[in-house]
Write a protein that binds this ligand. Structure first.
Ligand SMILES: Nc1ncnc2c1ncn2[C@@H]1O[C@H](COP(=O)(O)OP(=O)(O)OP(=O)(O)O)[C@@H](O)[C@H]1O
Ligand SMILES: [Mg+2]
Length: 406
């Protein structure tokens, strides 16, 4: 089956196809969600969606740790190393995939990045880990290989053909880089599906015929929106997004605020020290999550930096209003993307049956509030649809395989 570029439109059955009596002749096409923060693989096996697990978790942190010697460590154990050794731990690789170091948006990424970035021989952005440059493709391939090995073991089949997902506005170079990483991990890419369309396929199963839904997926690195219609399956009416807007930017916004206070007090610029800045960002990520459920959160980083001839802690309480002040512009940017999509499609928010907000960043109360205000209607934040994108990709994979076998 030839590889085809993104399926942002197209029609997909709203249910996983029933198992067919083909004596196992259909090829197993897995769905792959390579995310900024988490990655996952799923497949439809005997008509049931099955996510691949790693240590009991269906979503593997998109994190690679470079040890002093030996193979890369991937996933949760790598993430646990990050706070102590941010200079040896690759995070947020996705946003660098396929981007030249001097490309649009990279200057802003660079300013907030946990890593030092350098240009490769072809100008592409490389991540410096333990003093050595690493290509994002190499690191993405290692994360995917980790998942593919588990998929092959758990799905009882040698996994090869795959449907990949990509942010709506990702450049062509992103697709090419992710495809290269997937190939290095032993996969054959059969199709790309836009991430919010994949999420919509999996989450809009109960939609009434003719119903219209907007799905907004706000993840760690990207904001994506799709409007889908239930007409003979799920049909995508249109998509839009911002592939340089995600939860990472909310972490950076908090970290910038704290770094500013440290600078005013001690004239120490935390950006200049990769380890200090990395630790600050990772702690701010924790604080951000806590603030989704609590009015304030404690940011405590022991020996965060040196000043006045001794180690200094960062020890502050951060409250929601302060954080929301730093996040307001980011939330408004996402809401403006959703509004633009409706305008382009000639739709009013009241034409929609539902606006659904998924993705980890959608859990920030401010985000749902601002989106609702911009659209002038309620926004649904489902409790647990973290696997929507990968399930949708798996459903597309099964339908493609069935079409080819038919
Ligand atoms: N309770 C929470 N409150 C606020 N932010 C959260 C919460 N839980 C997770 N996040 C944030 O959500 C982001 C991860 O979301 P998600 O797992 O949907 O992203 P992803 O799919 O890996 O990324 P993307 O789709 O953008 O490539 C991270 O920035 C994380 O800090
Ligand atoms: Mg995602």
């Amino acid at each position: 089956m030839p590889y085809r570029r993104p399926a942002e439109t197209g029609r997909w059955a709203a249910e996983p196809p029933a198992p067919r009596d083909r004596g196992g002749a259909d090829e197993l096409l897995i769905g792959v969600d390579f995310g900024t923060t988490h990655s996952s693989i799923a497949a439809c096996v005997d008509g049931k969606l099955r996510a691949v697990h790693d240590g009991g978790e269906a979503r593997v942190p998109t994190v690679a740790y470079v040890p002093r010697a030996g193979a890369l460590d991937i996933g949760r154990t790598a993430l646990h190393r990050a706070v102590a050794e941010p200079q040896a731990t690759a995070l947020g690789i996705k946003r660098l995939l396929g981007r030249p170091l001097d490309g649009p948006g990279v200057a802003a990424l660079r300013a907030g990045s946990i890593h030092r970035l350098v240009a490769g021989p072809d100008g592409s952005a490389l991540v410096v880990l333990r003093g050595e440059p690493w290509s994002p493709v190499q690191l993405a391939a290692a994360v995917l290989r980790h998942l593919v090995e588990r998929a092959s073991a758990q799905l009882g089949d040698h996994v090869r053909g795959a449907v990949l997902t990509a942010p709506v506005t990702a450049p062509r170079s992103y697709h090419a880089a992710l495809m290269r990483a997937a190939e290095l991990a032993g996969l054959e890419v059969r199709r790309f599906v836009a991430e919010p369309v994949a999420a919509a396929i999996a989450t809009s199963r109960g939609l009434r015929a003719g119903g219209l839904v907007m799905i907004c997926d706000f993840g760690g690195g990207t904001f994506d929106a799709a409007v889908v219609e239930a007409r003979d399956g799920i049909r995508a009416s249109g998509c839009d997004g911002d592939d340089l807007l995600g939860g990472d930017d909310f972490d950076v916004a908090l970290a910038e605020g704290v770094a500013g206070a440290v600078y005013r007090r001690h004239r120490v610029d935390l950006h200049r020290d990769v380890t200090a800045w990395g630790r600050l960002r990772l702690h701010c990520e924790q604080v951000k999550r806590q603030l989704s459920a609590a009015a304030e959160a404690h940011l405590l980083i022991r020996d965060a930096y040196a000043a006045d001839g001794r180690h200094q802690d960062v020890d502050v309480w951060i409250d929601r209003p302060w954080a929301e002040g730093r996040w307001a512009a980011l939330a408004a940017r996402a809401a403006a993307v959703a509004r633009r999509l409706l305008d382009r499609l000639g739709l009013e928010a009241r034409d929609l049956d539902e606006v659904v907000l998924v993705g980890g960043t959608g859990r920030i109360p401010l985000v749902g509030r601002v989106l609702g205000e911009h659209l002038g209607r309620d926004v649904t934040v489902p409790a647990d649809v973290d696997l929507g994108v990968v399930h949708g990709a798996a459903m597309v994979g099964t339908q493609l395989a069935a079409r080819v076998a038919a």
